[in-house]
Design a binder for this molecule. Structure first.
Ligand code: PAF
Length: 278
Protein backbone atom coordinates (compact mmCIF):
# COMPACT_ATOMS: atom_id res chain seq x y z
CA UNK A 1 0.00 0.00 0.00
CA UNK A 2 1.26 3.45 -0.92
CA UNK A 3 0.17 6.31 1.35
CA UNK A 4 -0.48 9.40 -0.73
CA UNK A 5 -0.65 12.71 1.10
CA UNK A 6 -1.31 15.32 -1.57
CA UNK A 7 -3.70 15.82 -4.47
CA UNK A 8 -0.77 16.20 -6.89
CA UNK A 9 0.74 12.89 -5.75
CA UNK A 10 -2.64 11.20 -6.15
CA UNK A 11 -3.14 12.60 -9.65
CA UNK A 12 0.39 11.50 -10.64
CA UNK A 13 -0.17 7.98 -9.26
CA UNK A 14 -3.44 7.61 -11.17
CA UNK A 15 -1.83 9.08 -14.30
CA UNK A 16 0.70 6.21 -14.17
CA UNK A 17 -2.00 3.56 -13.56
CA UNK A 18 -4.38 4.64 -16.35
CA UNK A 19 -2.28 3.50 -19.38
CA UNK A 20 -2.03 -0.01 -17.85
CA UNK A 21 -5.79 -0.36 -18.42
CA UNK A 22 -6.25 -1.75 -14.90
CA UNK A 23 -9.69 -1.23 -13.37
CA UNK A 24 -9.84 1.09 -10.37
CA UNK A 25 -12.21 0.89 -7.39
CA UNK A 26 -12.52 3.91 -5.07
CA UNK A 27 -13.75 3.77 -1.46
CA UNK A 28 -14.22 7.31 -0.10
CA UNK A 29 -14.21 7.47 3.72
CA UNK A 30 -13.79 9.92 6.56
CA UNK A 31 -11.63 7.49 8.53
CA UNK A 32 -12.26 6.01 12.00
CA UNK A 33 -12.56 2.86 9.96
CA UNK A 34 -14.50 -0.22 11.07
CA UNK A 35 -15.75 -3.52 9.64
CA UNK A 36 -18.39 -1.65 7.64
CA UNK A 37 -15.70 0.25 5.72
CA UNK A 38 -13.66 -2.94 5.40
CA UNK A 39 -16.61 -4.65 3.70
CA UNK A 40 -16.59 -1.91 1.03
CA UNK A 41 -12.81 -2.13 0.65
CA UNK A 42 -12.84 -5.93 0.33
CA UNK A 43 -15.59 -5.72 -2.27
CA UNK A 44 -13.67 -3.05 -4.20
CA UNK A 45 -10.60 -5.27 -4.11
CA UNK A 46 -12.56 -8.26 -5.43
CA UNK A 47 -14.11 -6.31 -8.29
CA UNK A 48 -11.13 -4.17 -9.41
CA UNK A 49 -7.42 -4.53 -10.12
CA UNK A 50 -6.47 -1.40 -8.15
CA UNK A 51 -8.12 -0.22 -4.93
CA UNK A 52 -7.94 3.37 -3.71
CA UNK A 53 -9.25 4.37 -0.27
CA UNK A 54 -9.49 8.02 0.71
CA UNK A 55 -9.41 9.01 4.37
CA UNK A 56 -10.45 12.62 4.80
CA UNK A 57 -12.71 14.30 7.36
CA UNK A 58 -14.32 16.70 4.92
CA UNK A 59 -15.01 20.07 6.60
CA UNK A 60 -17.40 21.34 3.89
CA UNK A 61 -20.03 18.70 4.71
CA UNK A 62 -20.28 19.60 8.41
CA UNK A 63 -22.84 22.27 9.22
CA UNK A 64 -22.00 21.93 12.91
CA UNK A 65 -18.43 22.93 13.87
CA UNK A 66 -18.66 21.02 17.16
CA UNK A 67 -19.52 17.83 15.26
CA UNK A 68 -16.52 18.43 12.96
CA UNK A 69 -14.19 19.00 15.93
CA UNK A 70 -15.45 15.84 17.70
CA UNK A 71 -15.36 13.59 14.63
CA UNK A 72 -12.96 10.73 15.53
CA UNK A 73 -9.58 10.83 13.82
CA UNK A 74 -7.53 7.61 13.98
CA UNK A 75 -5.30 7.74 10.89
CA UNK A 76 -2.52 5.40 12.12
CA UNK A 77 -5.00 2.66 13.10
CA UNK A 78 -6.93 3.19 9.85
CA UNK A 79 -3.81 2.70 7.74
CA UNK A 80 -2.91 -0.51 9.60
CA UNK A 81 -6.42 -1.88 9.11
CA UNK A 82 -6.60 -1.29 5.35
CA UNK A 83 -2.96 -2.05 4.51
CA UNK A 84 -3.60 -5.67 3.37
CA UNK A 85 -6.35 -4.69 0.93
CA UNK A 86 -5.55 -1.29 -0.56
CA UNK A 87 -3.07 -0.15 -3.23
CA UNK A 88 -3.33 3.58 -2.54
CA UNK A 89 -4.47 5.26 0.69
CA UNK A 90 -5.15 8.95 0.08
CA UNK A 91 -4.92 10.94 3.32
CA UNK A 92 -4.65 14.65 2.45
CA UNK A 93 -4.92 17.79 4.60
CA UNK A 94 -7.94 20.14 4.29
CA UNK A 95 -5.53 22.88 3.12
CA UNK A 96 -4.42 20.74 0.18
CA UNK A 97 -7.90 19.52 -0.81
CA UNK A 98 -9.26 23.07 -0.60
CA UNK A 99 -6.28 24.85 -2.14
CA UNK A 100 -8.90 25.47 -4.83
CA UNK A 101 -11.69 27.02 -2.71
CA UNK A 102 -14.96 25.12 -2.37
CA UNK A 103 -17.18 27.36 -4.47
CA UNK A 104 -19.05 24.61 -6.34
CA UNK A 105 -22.85 24.59 -6.06
CA UNK A 106 -24.78 21.44 -6.81
CA UNK A 107 -28.53 21.05 -7.17
CA UNK A 108 -30.12 17.72 -6.34
CA UNK A 109 -33.71 18.98 -6.50
CA UNK A 110 -36.22 16.99 -4.48
CA UNK A 111 -33.57 14.45 -3.41
CA UNK A 112 -32.07 17.02 -1.03
CA UNK A 113 -35.34 18.54 0.19
CA UNK A 114 -36.19 15.63 2.51
CA UNK A 115 -34.70 14.04 5.63
CA UNK A 116 -31.01 14.99 6.04
CA UNK A 117 -31.34 17.86 3.54
CA UNK A 118 -33.38 20.32 5.66
CA UNK A 119 -31.80 19.03 8.90
CA UNK A 120 -28.23 19.64 7.73
CA UNK A 121 -28.22 22.64 5.37
CA UNK A 122 -25.25 22.51 3.00
CA UNK A 123 -24.36 18.94 3.96
CA UNK A 124 -25.03 17.32 0.60
CA UNK A 125 -23.35 20.16 -1.30
CA UNK A 126 -20.24 19.50 0.81
CA UNK A 127 -20.47 15.75 0.15
CA UNK A 128 -20.88 16.39 -3.59
CA UNK A 129 -17.89 18.78 -3.63
CA UNK A 130 -15.49 16.25 -2.15
CA UNK A 131 -16.91 13.22 -3.99
CA UNK A 132 -16.84 15.00 -7.38
CA UNK A 133 -13.25 16.14 -6.75
CA UNK A 134 -12.23 12.59 -5.77
CA UNK A 135 -13.94 11.24 -8.89
CA UNK A 136 -12.06 13.77 -11.05
CA UNK A 137 -8.69 13.00 -9.45
CA UNK A 138 -9.01 9.21 -9.34
CA UNK A 139 -11.35 8.58 -12.30
CA UNK A 140 -12.39 5.22 -10.88
CA UNK A 141 -14.40 2.58 -12.73
CA UNK A 142 -16.45 1.87 -9.61
CA UNK A 143 -17.03 3.70 -6.32
CA UNK A 144 -18.33 2.04 -3.17
CA UNK A 145 -20.70 3.55 -0.57
CA UNK A 146 -22.46 2.08 2.46
CA UNK A 147 -26.26 1.90 2.46
CA UNK A 148 -26.42 3.27 6.00
CA UNK A 149 -26.20 6.69 4.33
CA UNK A 150 -29.15 5.85 2.11
CA UNK A 151 -29.89 9.41 0.98
CA UNK A 152 -26.20 10.04 0.25
CA UNK A 153 -26.17 7.17 -2.24
CA UNK A 154 -29.21 8.60 -4.08
CA UNK A 155 -27.46 12.00 -4.22
CA UNK A 156 -24.17 10.52 -5.51
CA UNK A 157 -25.99 8.47 -8.16
CA UNK A 158 -27.62 11.73 -9.28
CA UNK A 159 -24.22 13.46 -9.36
CA UNK A 160 -22.93 10.73 -11.67
CA UNK A 161 -26.06 11.06 -13.85
CA UNK A 162 -25.88 14.87 -14.05
CA UNK A 163 -22.21 14.90 -15.09
CA UNK A 164 -22.48 11.72 -17.19
CA UNK A 165 -19.48 10.25 -15.34
CA UNK A 166 -18.42 6.77 -16.51
CA UNK A 167 -18.44 5.48 -12.92
CA UNK A 168 -20.58 2.68 -11.47
CA UNK A 169 -21.85 3.45 -7.97
CA UNK A 170 -21.88 0.27 -5.90
CA UNK A 171 -24.17 0.44 -2.83
CA UNK A 172 -23.06 -1.99 -0.10
CA UNK A 173 -25.27 -3.44 2.66
CA UNK A 174 -25.19 -2.05 6.21
CA UNK A 175 -22.87 -4.03 8.52
CA UNK A 176 -24.27 -4.45 12.03
CA UNK A 177 -22.95 -5.51 15.42
CA UNK A 178 -24.46 -8.78 16.74
CA UNK A 179 -26.80 -6.54 18.75
CA UNK A 180 -28.16 -5.06 15.51
CA UNK A 181 -26.54 -1.64 15.95
CA UNK A 182 -25.39 -0.35 12.54
CA UNK A 183 -21.61 0.15 12.51
CA UNK A 184 -20.71 3.84 12.41
CA UNK A 185 -17.63 5.88 13.21
CA UNK A 186 -19.89 7.91 15.52
CA UNK A 187 -20.49 4.83 17.72
CA UNK A 188 -17.04 5.52 19.18
CA UNK A 189 -18.59 8.55 20.89
CA UNK A 190 -21.27 6.51 22.69
CA UNK A 191 -20.79 5.45 26.31
CA UNK A 192 -20.88 1.69 26.91
CA UNK A 193 -24.44 1.93 28.22
CA UNK A 194 -25.59 4.13 25.30
CA UNK A 195 -24.01 1.74 22.83
CA UNK A 196 -25.91 -1.22 24.29
CA UNK A 197 -29.19 0.67 24.25
CA UNK A 198 -28.59 2.10 20.75
CA UNK A 199 -29.22 -1.45 19.48
CA UNK A 200 -32.92 -0.80 20.26
CA UNK A 201 -33.10 1.46 17.20
CA UNK A 202 -32.75 -1.48 14.82
CA UNK A 203 -35.02 -3.68 16.97
CA UNK A 204 -37.74 -1.01 16.71
CA UNK A 205 -37.25 -0.66 12.94
CA UNK A 206 -37.47 -4.44 12.50
CA UNK A 207 -40.62 -4.63 14.62
CA UNK A 208 -42.14 -1.86 12.47
CA UNK A 209 -41.85 -4.07 9.38
CA UNK A 210 -44.06 -6.68 11.06
CA UNK A 211 -47.05 -4.40 11.73
CA UNK A 212 -50.36 -5.26 10.06
CA UNK A 213 -50.91 -1.73 8.73
CA UNK A 214 -49.63 -0.28 5.44
CA UNK A 215 -50.38 3.30 6.57
CA UNK A 216 -47.15 5.25 7.01
CA UNK A 217 -48.66 7.52 9.72
CA UNK A 218 -49.40 4.42 11.86
CA UNK A 219 -45.89 3.04 11.37
CA UNK A 220 -44.34 6.42 12.18
CA UNK A 221 -46.42 6.63 15.37
CA UNK A 222 -45.29 3.13 16.41
CA UNK A 223 -41.62 4.01 15.84
CA UNK A 224 -41.91 7.41 17.60
CA UNK A 225 -43.67 5.83 20.63
CA UNK A 226 -41.11 3.03 20.91
CA UNK A 227 -38.15 5.44 20.62
CA UNK A 228 -39.75 7.66 23.30
CA UNK A 229 -39.71 4.69 25.73
CA UNK A 230 -35.88 4.85 25.69
CA UNK A 231 -34.50 7.44 28.11
CA UNK A 232 -31.94 9.72 26.46
CA UNK A 233 -33.18 9.00 22.92
CA UNK A 234 -34.52 11.87 20.82
CA UNK A 235 -36.13 11.11 17.47
CA UNK A 236 -35.28 13.68 14.80
CA UNK A 237 -37.30 12.05 12.01
CA UNK A 238 -38.61 8.77 10.76
CA UNK A 239 -39.61 8.96 7.10
CA UNK A 240 -40.74 6.19 4.82
CA UNK A 241 -39.66 6.98 1.27
CA UNK A 242 -39.51 5.63 -2.24
CA UNK A 243 -36.17 3.84 -2.51
CA UNK A 244 -35.24 5.56 -5.79
CA UNK A 245 -36.79 9.04 -5.76
CA UNK A 246 -36.80 9.49 -1.94
CA UNK A 247 -40.34 10.84 -2.30
CA UNK A 248 -42.10 10.66 1.07
CA UNK A 249 -44.82 8.00 0.98
CA UNK A 250 -48.11 7.85 2.87
CA UNK A 251 -48.81 4.17 2.22
CA UNK A 252 -46.44 1.21 1.74
CA UNK A 253 -48.48 0.22 -1.32
CA UNK A 254 -47.54 3.47 -3.09
CA UNK A 255 -44.22 2.09 -4.38
CA UNK A 256 -42.41 -1.17 -5.16
CA UNK A 257 -39.26 0.06 -3.40
CA UNK A 258 -39.86 1.31 0.14
CA UNK A 259 -37.27 2.29 2.75
CA UNK A 260 -37.71 3.72 6.26
CA UNK A 261 -34.97 6.19 7.29
CA UNK A 262 -34.42 7.23 10.88
CA UNK A 263 -32.29 9.76 12.73
CA UNK A 264 -32.07 9.51 16.50
CA UNK A 265 -29.96 11.30 19.06
CA UNK A 266 -28.63 8.87 21.63
CA UNK A 267 -27.36 11.26 24.28
CA UNK A 268 -25.36 13.75 22.23
CA UNK A 269 -24.59 11.44 19.35
CA UNK A 270 -26.65 11.65 16.17
CA UNK A 271 -27.17 8.18 14.68
CA UNK A 272 -28.84 7.25 11.41
CA UNK A 273 -30.15 3.91 10.22
CA UNK A 274 -32.67 2.55 7.74
CA UNK A 275 -34.68 -0.52 6.92
CA UNK A 276 -36.29 -1.84 3.77
CA UNK A 277 -40.03 -2.63 3.78
CA UNK A 278 -39.85 -3.89 0.20
O1 PAF B 1 -19.97 8.72 3.86
C1 PAF B 1 -18.94 9.35 4.18
O2 PAF B 1 -18.13 8.91 4.98
C2 PAF B 1 -18.68 10.72 3.55
O3 PAF B 1 -19.87 11.43 3.40
C3 PAF B 1 -17.91 10.63 2.23
C4 PAF B 1 -18.72 9.94 1.15
C5 PAF B 1 -16.60 9.90 2.44
C6 PAF B 1 -17.59 12.04 1.72
O4 PAF B 1 -16.82 12.75 2.62
Amino acid sequence: MQVVKTVDELKNAMFRIRPTGKTVGLVPTMGALHEGHLSLIKRARKENQITVCSIFVNPTQFNNQDDLAKYPRTLDDDLKLIEPYVDFAFAPTPEDVYKVPATEHYDFGTLERVMEGPMRPGHFNGVAIIVKRLFDWVQPDRAYFGEKDFQQIAIIKDLVRQYKLPITIVPCPIVREDSGLALSSRNKRLSEDERKRAANIYKILKASTQLETTKVADIQKFVADEIAHNPGFKLEYYEIVDGETLQILSDLNDSDSVVGCITVYVGEVRLIDNIRYK
